[in-house]
Write a protein that binds this ligand. Structure first.
Ligand SMILES: Cc1cc2nc3c(=O)[nH]c(=O)nc-3n(C[C@H](O)[C@H](O)[C@H](O)COP(=O)(O)OP(=O)(O)OC[C@H]3O[C@@H](n4cnc5c(N)ncnc54)[C@H](O)[C@@H]3O)c2cc1C
Length: 311
C-alpha cells in the first residue's frame, strides 16, 4: 500500500514526527500512517493528521520486543519511508528493523524533503561541521531526534482508520529488574531559558555568579563537558553537546564557553544564542546572535543588576 510511516514508543515524539511527515505524505499523494503500541493514543494521532493508525497489541511493556511485529507489518504493507523517533529505544529498534528489512538506515536526520521524485534527508556530520544529504531507496528507515519538529495542530473532527493487530513479540529478552535513573538536576532539554557555564569560570565557588544570573532570568543551569566530566561542578546530565544533551531553548546564554564544535552541536537549535567571552576570536561568537566580548566577572554582575532593574 505504500505510505509514510511514523513510529515512536513516545507518543509526543511520534506527533512531532507527524509535523514533518504530513506535508511529505501530501506531496507524495500517500497516506500518513502511525504505528503505535499505545492504544489509547490512537485517536490523538488521527486528530493530529494520521490517515491510518496501526495499533500493535501485546502484553509486553518493552518496546524493543516489538521489532518482529514492526518488520512483519512493514514487509506486508511496504511503506515508502519509515520514520522512527531517535529516543534511546527508538535508535535500538530502528537498527533492528533496518537490518531485518535489509534496507538502509539514516540516523538523526534534521530535515526531510521530496525533490525530483526522491525523498532526501539531511543530517549533521563531523560534529556539525558538514551536512550529509542522503537519498532514500526502498523502505528506508530514518531516525529523527525528539524536538526536531514542533507538535502538530490537532483537529478532533479529522477522521482516520484505526487498525488493531495482535503483535507477535521477540521474547528472547526478559527484564528482571528496573532501576530508574535518579536525576540530579533539572531536565535541561525541556527548559525555555538556559545559562551555560564554561571553563572561563575560574573556581567552583564562582558558580554562585552563574546561579544568580540563572535565578534573575528564570533559567536553568547547563555547562560544557569539561565542567561536568572534569571538574564535576554540575551533574553529567546537564552538559550540552555532541556527547551531551541537545537543547532547544528560546534563550541560551553562555559565560566563558569557547564554543568548540562538539559543544555547538548541542545548542544550534536554540532560538537566541548570547555569548560572553573574553576572547573575541572564540568560535562561540560565530554561532551567537549576540556576543559580549569581555571579562565575565565584570559583565555578569552588571547583567544581573540590569535584569533585576527591569522587573
Ligand atoms: C569526542 C569529543 C566529544 C566531545 N563532546 C563534547 C560535548 O558534548 N560537549 C562539550 O561541551 N564539549 C565536548 N567536548 C569537549 C570540547 O571539545 C571542548 O573541550 C569543551 O567544550 C570546552 O569547554 P569550555 O568551553 O568550557 O572550555 P574552553 O574551551 O577552555 O573555553 C573557555 C573559554 O572561557 C573564556 N574565558 C576565560 N576566562 C574568561 C573570563 N574571565 N571571562 C570571559 N571568558 C573567559 C576563554 O576565552 C575560552 O573561550 C568533546 C570533545 C571530544 C573530543
Amino acid at each position: 500500500m505504500a505510505g509514510i510511516w511514523i513510529y515512536s514508543e513516545d507518543t509526543i515524539v511520534a506527533q512531532q514526527l507527524m509535523t514533518m511527515a504530513r506535508p511529505l505524505a501530501d506531496k507524495l499523494g500517500q497516506p500518513l500512517c502511525v504505528v503505535t503500541i499505545a492504544e489509547q493514543a490512537a485517536p490523538e494521532f488521527v486528530a493530529a493528521g494520521a490517515n491510518k493508525v496501526f495499533v500493535l497489541k501485546n502484553d509486553s511493556d518493552w518496546p524493543e520486543s516489538y521489532a518482529p511485529a514492526l518488520v512483519a507489518l512493514a514487509e506486508q504493507e511496504t511503506p515508502t519511508a519509515f520514520f522512527i523517533g531517535a529516543t534511546f529505544r527508538g535508535k535500538d529498534l530502528a537498527a533492528k528493523i533496518a537490518a531485518r528489512l535489509k534496507t538502509g538506515l539514516v540516523t538523526d536526520a534534521f530535515a526531510v524533503r521530496f525533490e525530483n521524485g526522491e525523498i532526501e534527508t539531511d543530517r549533521a556530520m563531523y560534529g556539525g561541521l558538514a551536512v550529509c544529504t542522503e537519498i532514500l531507496k526502498g523502505i528506508a528507515v530514518v531516525t529523527i531526534p525528539p524536538r526536531t519538529f514542533d507538535m502538530p495542530a490537532k483537529d478532533s473532527g479529522r477522521s482516520g482508520e484505526i487498525v488493531t493487530i495482535d503483535a507477535s513479540i521477540d521474547a528472547t529478552m526478559a527484564v528482571e529488574n528496573v532501576c530508574p535513573i535518579v536525576r540530579q538536576g533539572a531536565d535541561i532539554t525541556k527548559t525555555e531559558k538556559l545559562v551555560c557555564v564554561g571553563r572561563g569560570l575560574a573556581k567552583q565557588v564562582d558558580m554562585k555568579l552563574a546561579e544568580d544570573l540563572a535565578g534573575a532570568l528564570g533559567a536553568e543551569l547547563g555547562c560544557t563537558r569539561s565542567i561536568a566530566e572534569d571538574y564535576h561542578w554540575l551533574p553529567n546530565e546537564t552538559y550540552i553537546g555532541l556527547s551531551g544533551q541537545k537543547i532547544k531553548p528560546v534563550l541560551y546564554l553562555s559565560m566563558g564557553v569557547s564554543g568548540q564544535v562538539q559543544h555547538i552541536a548541542g545548542i544550534r537549535d536554540s532560538k537566541v544564542i548570547v555569548a560572553i567571552d573574553s576572547n573575541e576570536n572564540a568560535p562561540i561568537f560565530a554561532a551567537a546572535d549576540y556576543g559580549i566580548v569581555g571579562d565575565l566577572y565584570e559583565i555578569v554582575p552588571l547583567l544581573i543588576e540590569a535584569i533585576k532593574n527591569q522587573k
